[in-house]
Ligand binder design. Structure first.
Ligand code: URA
Length: 277
């Protein structure tokens, strides 16, 4: 990995990282029989971007089964091939898991052609090999996890995992009990009916309703669209939890490494954690 790249993250997720790495190796065995090109294997392992990986391969810093390979398109069989970077086996690459308290007005993309702020501006370094686990809209704030562990991200975002995500919502109108019940049982959106959700009314004031909703899907603008289907707009949307992990008292705009226990808890919050990790 880039020298010192992970030293910036002093969380204690290293143990979880290595456990996950082992699990990921097993998962790859099951799910990626077809393999990947060498540059992709390096970038998927969180070493760096594909462009960087191609550079390092050209610099002859990458070995496959003990021999230098200078071809980034070399097909790698994850079941058999042992890839090393700067002499270190790839599976030793440290996984990074960051909790980010995304403020409103930040994009979850790496770069914005219009020059708007992105969550990468919040990171200790603008590490583009970290990526967000799922997205939050520009105007949504709250809990965002960023990682270089693609299997972990996949385990959390795969719709079949049904990982619960909890949001605080302020609607532009008073929502009746029937409307909240509708959110619970399911709303028909243009991409199909939503799964059952947990909804708790928090307060009504000034002709507006505030409630908490937990959904197990992650469709584009899902909560906003569910509320719009009730004839109201979302004035404020904050993600406060994913699975058993809450945003806690992390200040808006701050980041912190996840603890090993938190990584484990997140992974096991899905319906089918054992297949996903
Ligand atoms: N639902 C939304 O509508 N927006 C988000 O950012 C997250 C969930």
């Amino acid at each position: 990995m880039p020298r010192g790249a992970c030293d910036r993250y002093t969380g204690s997720a290293g143990f979880a990282g290595s456990m996950l790495t082992l699990a990921i190796v097993a998962q790859r065995t099951e799910r990626t029989r077809a393999g990947k090109t060498l540059d992709r294997v390096l970038s998927k392992a969180g070493v760096g971007s594909r462009t960087e990986a191609r550079l390092w391969i050209a610099e002859r810093r990458v070995e496959v089964n003990g021999r230098v390979v200078a071809d980034p398109e070399r097909w790698i069989d994850p079941e058999r091939d042992k890839v090393a970077f700067d002499g270190k086996p790839l599976r030793a690459v440290r996984k990074i898991y960051l909790l980010v308290h995304k403020p409103k007005g930040y994009l979850t993309t790496y770069r914005d052609p219009q020059g708007r702020k992105t969550v990468y501006d919040l990171l200790p370094q603008r590490d583009r090999y970290l990526f967000p686990v799922g997205r939050l809209d520009l105007d949504t704030s709250g809990l965002l996890v960023m990682t270089n562990d693609s299997a972990f991200a996949e385990a959390l975002t795969n719709p079949e995992s049904e990982v619960p995500k909890t949001y605080l919502v302020k609607a532009s109108k008073h929502l009746t009990d029937e409307q909240l019940q509708q959110l619970r049982t399911g709303v028909t959106l243009k991409d199909g009916p939503t799964r059952p959700a947990l909804v708790t009314r928090l307060r009504d004031s000034g002709g507006r309703s505030a409630f908490e909703i937990t959904i197990t899907e992650g469709r584009n603008r899902q909560v906003r669209r569910m509320v719009e289907a009730q004839g109201a707009k979302v004035l404020k949307l904050v993600r406060v939890a994913i699975g058993g992990l809450g945003i806690g008292d992390l200040p808006v705009g701050a980041t912190r490494p996840l603890l090993a226990e938190e990584v484990r808890r997140l992974v096991s919050s899905g319906r089918r954690p054992s297949r996903s990790t």
